[in-house]
Design a protein around this ligand. Structure first.
Ligand SMILES: Nc1ncnc2c1ncn2[C@@H]1O[C@H](COP(=O)(O)OP(=O)(O)O)[C@@H](O)[C@H]1O
Ligand SMILES: [Mg+2]
Length: 347
């Protein structure tokens, strides 16, 4: 299947010059993040992993190209890509579509893989040399669906190899540990709460001892609240992102629903931690207390760290928790961890 024509936004990633930049890549259900340099803002790029379809009119293509909007043309339709898709859906009404669902490539969406590639193509620079090191995040197996992630990993590996990279996978929550717990010898629990899933990794001295995911996240919150109050998930998502504070009492039905859905998600996670750690043969017998670090867009509302800690305190875990902290930059922590691995690869 031909991916059709792809218009590329004129913004180009920072030039690598002659030097090979390590690259960290996080392909999530909601967002794709490329991390290439800690020191400049231009070293991090994020695009929504989404597209919005409009009919192809005679002038539309030219206007979109002039406005540097990325799109992909197929069968008299234009798929507007990335963050621009969200802008179009807000202005024109209607929902964006997603190439991924619950953390995995949605195989029911025909153009899904091509859409992801079209979003990624201009975000990644040309490799400077053969086998340029690139680490990309992969989810852990969902608790009740062993093996579900293998297909995902191989799709992205094939694409990245085709672009001339030497791709290396890293578990998404392990990448969070590498990014945030380096001064604790990479020992602790990383949790990445994204749109489609939550990933968990217990790392001991940088070795991932227990990893798994649950297929619930921000999308679950938007959908369950939307259903119960009779609003679209898109509207709930926007209220959640702009106004939710889990530290203050809810003021209306939507906020009541959001608080309840967050409690449900946090309780599911806390419960899974108790079961996942207790049930694992790999769980190190540790006497020391370990930190938990929370990341991903779903932990952004104020009060979420405290709320998660309260719910976790009600659960009997097989390990002592020293502290529950939030990642410095929850949307970038996974990509940053992958970047640090790529940087270490080169030194
Ligand atoms: N300020 C915010 N408050 C609450 N939720 C947010 C905020 N910003 C983003 N999110 C949610 O975070 C999720 C995306 O997080 P991300 O870590 O990028 O996910 P993924 O790994 O699935 O791509 C979405 O569900 C989005 O609604
Ligand atoms: Mg993620």
């Amino acid at each position: 299947m031909s991916p059709g024509n792809v218009a590329v936004k004129k913004k180009t990633p920072p030039s690598s010059g002659d030097k090979q930049h390590p690259i960290g890549l996080d392909i999530g259900t909601a967002n794709i993040v490329v991390y290439m340099d800690e020191r400049t803002d231009a070293g991090v790029q994020m695009e929504a992993n989404a597209f919005f379809t409009v009919p192809s009119m005679p002038n539309t293509r030219k206007i979109l190209e002039d406005k540097s909007v990325r799109f992909f043309e197929k069968e008299n339709c234009l798929h507007i890509l990335g963050t621009a898709a969200e802008t179009f859906s807000n202005i024109l009404g209607g929902a964006t579509r997603r190439p991924m669902e619950n953390g995995l490539v949605n195989l029911r969406e025909d153009d899904g893989i091509h859409v992801i590639q079209a979003i990624l193509d201009p975000m990644l620079p040309e490799p400077v040399q053969k086998d340029h090191s690139l680490w990309f995040s992969v989810p852990g197996d969902p608790i009740d669906r062993q093996g579900a992630v293998i297909f995902n990993e191989s799709i992205f590996k094939t694409y990245l190899k085709g672009r001339g990279y030497m791709p290396r996978p890293i578990n998404e929550a392990m990448a969070v540990v590498m990014s945030e717990l380096s001064d604790q010898h990479a020992t602790g629990i990383g949790i990445s709460m994204g749109g489609g899933m939550c990933n968990v990794c217990f790392s001991y001295l940088s070795i991932p001892a227990v990893t798994y995911s649950i297929q619930k996240g921000g999308d679950f919150i938007d959908q369950t609240v939307g259903r119960s109050v009779g609003e679209s998930a898109t509207k709930i998502k926007s209220i959640k992102e702009q106004a939710l504070d889990l530290g203050v009492a809810p003021r209306n039905n939507i906020e009541h629903g959001l608080h309840a859905a967050y409690d449900d998600l946090f309780a599911t996670l806390a419960d899974s931690l108790a079961k996942g750690l207790r049930g694992s043969d790999n769980m190190p017998r540790l006497s020391q207390a370990v930190p938990i670090v929370l990341s991903g867009g779903t932990v952004l509302p104020p009060g979420s760290r405290e709320r998660f800690e309260t719910i976790l305190n009600e659960i009997d875990l097989p390990i002592r928790i020293a502290t529950v902290m939030q990642a410095r930059d929850p949307l970038y922590a996974t990509a940053r961890g992958a970047y640090l691995m790529a940087a270490a690869d080169e030194s």
